[in-house]
Design a protein around this ligand. Structure first.
Ligand SMILES: *[C@@H]1O[C@H](CO)[C@@H](O)[C@H](O)[C@H]1NC(C)=O
Length: 410
């Protein structure tokens, strides 16, 4: 009986964990474990909310923080891994930030500066998470940079434009001459960066700073890691090809966007079939036309999903859909032309692959110098899994590529 129960239990666990993986994924089982972890956190969060214990997104956030504490306990904290970097939690224009200062002092020589926005669908994550904290310490140490990691507010406490405005306020504060001087940062060498939703904020903030004539100091580079840059087409080839790919399913991507933009979540089925973007102008549509912006290798045989008469008035009810501060891909060429040199990382097994590729292409068309790194065996979120016990080979390569581009260009 015991044996039978064990077998049944093991089979149930294996069934829960098993997800078919594309061949090019190098450590499929490790990714399944990671995926099962995320799914359990989501299921637990929804269950807790269903039982009446608060908001599901907050519960998911708490579960992920629990996992994060466990990781720190297993693998040792960031301060032990990268000693020498001075870390302080302060506020920039009222926004909490964590500042990392490299061991080499500022006496007489100026250092690089880097503003960082973490990912997590504008709803999850924190600058204090182990993976981000360790990476920022390493960035500070290896680049001799003052790194500022921003704790912008999240959904459900707030939605667009608040996270964007928090990010922009922190950016403007950091770029002020006095603040840069107080940290001994070279005003010619300040970059902005982020992953996923953080890449969205980095791109949007970079645009605004670039066109703001009152800003004396501008970012010299932007480094975007699998950024989300548009919410009008959820049927790009990468969205369809990777709809069940961990750790960002297409339905979760749509959910994150709808939450961020304050859309009525009961309309999700309409968003999934692009019914929310039926009434946009041809000019706007052209700015996210993947049939033009993607190379044939990625278009495959996918067809563009454009609905003639979909959800009426969606753009009016969800103004963020057409707002460049939420969707930087919608910016016109005259704005893109002013943006800083860019480094864009995309992953093949990622719903956001085409967002990143289209943005890279449009920046380039506008005359901006762009370096694109595409990882054929990459998946969404892989940047954050480069340390034991959840380490992936591709994650290490992504981190190395990112660091070396910043070393050579910032
Ligand atoms: C999308 O819009 C079309 C056209 O108005 C409608 O027939 C269809 O039912 C809508 N789809 C969903 C999932 O609501």
């Amino acid at each position: 009986m015991k044996l039978l129960l064990t077998v049944v239990f093991a089979a149930a666990v294996a069934y829960y964990m098993y997800t078919p993986m594309p061949e090019s994924i190098q450590e499929p089982w490790r990714l399944m474990v990671l995926d099962a972890g995320y799914r359990s956190a989501m299921h637990l969060g929804s269950l807790k909310a269903w039982l009446g214990f608060g908001n599901s997104v907050k519960s998911i956030r708490q579960s992920l923080e629990g996992v994060d504490d466990m990781m720190r306990w297993v693998s040792g904290s960031g301060s032990s891994k990268v000693p020498g970097v001075k870390v302080s939690d302060v506020t920039f224009a009222g926004i909490p930030v964590r500042v990392y200062e490299p061991p080499a002092g500022g006496e007489g020589h100026l250092r690089r500066g880097l503003l960082y926005f973490h990912g997590g669908g504008w709803a999850l994550g924190s600058n204090k998470m182990e993976s981000y904290d360790v990476m920022c310490r390493m960035l500070s140490d290896e680049l001799n940079a003052v790194v500022v990691s921003v704790e912008y507010r999240l959904y459900p406490e707030v939605h667009f434009p608040v996270p964007y405005l928090d990010s922009l306020a922190a950016a403007k504060h950091f770029l002020s001459t006095e603040v840069l001087a107080s940290y001994a940062v070279d005003p010619e060498r300040v970059g902005v960066s982020g992953d996923s939703a953080g890449g969205n904020l980095a791109a949007a903030v970079a645009q605004e700073i670039s066109i703001d004539d009152t800003m004396g100091v501008k970012f010299s580079v932007q480094a975007l890691i699998y950024p989300a840059v548009q919410a009008l087409d959820f049927n790009t080839p990468s969205c369809l090809q990777n709809q069940f790919m961990p750790i960002l399913y297409r339905s979760v991507l749509v959910q994150f966007w709808m939450q961020y933009l304050g859309a009525d979540l009961s309309l999700k089925s309409q968003f999934l079939v692009n019914n929310h973007s039926s009434n946009i102008t041809p000019e706007l549509r052209a700015r996210l036309d993947w049939t033009v912006l993607l190379s044939p290798k990625y278009k495959k045989n996918y067809k563009r999903v454009i609905v003639e008469k979909g959800l009426q008035g969606a753009a009016k009810e969800v103004p963020g859909l057409l707002d460049v501060r939420a969707a930087p891909l919608l910016a016109g060429p005259e704005v893109l032309a002013k943006c800083p040199r860019a480094y864009i990382i995309t992953c093949e097994h990622d719903v956001l692959r085409d967002d990143g590729m289209m943005y890279a292409q449009r920046l380039q068309d506008a005359g901006v110098k762009v370096t694109s790194d595409h990882y054929e065996d990459g998946f969404h979120g892989c940047l954050s899994f480069s340390t034991w016990p959840l380490e992936f080979d591709v994650s290490k390569r992504v981190v190395r590529g990112y660091f070396s581009w910043l070393k050579n260009n910032l």
